[in-house]
Design a protein around this ligand. Sequence first.
Ligand code: UD1
Length: 375
Amino acid sequence: MPAPAHTRTDAPIRVLAVAGARPNFMKIAPLMHEFARRPSRFEPILVHTGQHYDSSMSDSFFRDLGIPEPDVNLGVGSGSHGEQTAQVLMKIERLLIERKPQLVLVVGDVNSTLAATLAAVKLNIPVAHVEAGLRSGDREMPEEINRILTDTVSHWLFTTEAAAETNLLREGVAADRIHFVGNVMIDTLLKHRERARKLDTLERLGLTPGKYALLTLHRPSNVDSPDRLRKLFDVFERLNTELPVVFPVHPRTANAIQRDLGGVQPNLKMTAPLGYLEFLRLMMDAQMVLTDSGGIQEETTALGVACLTLRDSTERPVTVSEGTNTLVGTDPAEIEKAIGKLRQAGPPEGRRPALWDGKAAMRIIDILERDLENF
Ligand code: UD1
């Protein structure tokens, strides 16, 4: 795709940066901070789509991470995939026409990411996608569709690991659009690690360092089937008799427990969704993390904490090949076996992947600044 024509002026570049759902906020934070360091070059407009709207899923992240108040909140809220994507698409299109940014910056793979990208490219506004090229190979995952479509039409593709570049090249993306820059999510983790360490979260929950497991579960493939959900909870409840299992419950999962399990709460240490710093505090000293999240696979690798991923595939293979992640699948018997093995053998040795060094946002904005000079 040719770079869109654009007249050079000395005015700062107007960038519309989009975030919508919880895993976007820790990715957009370091980018906003980097823009703020270059006020003569960039004029960012931060848009919150409102895909996530509960205080515990949204506001608390802005507070914890010092993200500026969004300039605009589209208030899109929940809905089917079609409804949610369409709402963001319609509302962002209007905003783009009104504000005329020269660039749209999107992160991750949620519905808001795809919708903002589509709206922008149809108006000939170039898009930069941060965390491009990740592929699970599983097209039943809504995020996989969002990733493929977003990458196909974005102009700048910023990647976190080597596999992402391989995927993009295989899909026919021109090499000069791909930039291996590292991981903005890890920028945020490294920046806030020491602050998190000082929190009294463990004491408050009655936990001893190294003597608890931390569980998150929210993928439709795990929580939208009552039978699967019950069987998974059976496994976690058995583990909980030996090692306390802390379980901050995502709203989707809370709804599933209410709807499909008759509101019978699993016998685990359940909490409401936690803020960024509190969750980081819990990850740091967990004996193991059990999750179906994407980002947590990366965060545990950066922290060197054992992670068992309750999915059949991962779009983040470096967390397995170099990090501390093990892909254990979704069969409850296999998950139980993997837990037993980890309890016996201890955590796998891992190392922090290349360029996960806290400087990814800086590299991204350097590249954008350089390239936009020539637009
Ligand atoms: C979305 C992302 C997923 C990401 C996850 C992190 C897509 C396709 N999925 O999934 O990639 O890992 O966010 O959380 O974009 N809800 C609330 N309050 C909120 C937000 C949601 O109660 O603030 C409830 C609603 O019942 C909603 C459900 O959670 O219907 C699911 O929310 P939704 O944004 O559709 O998807 P997530 O499962 O959160």
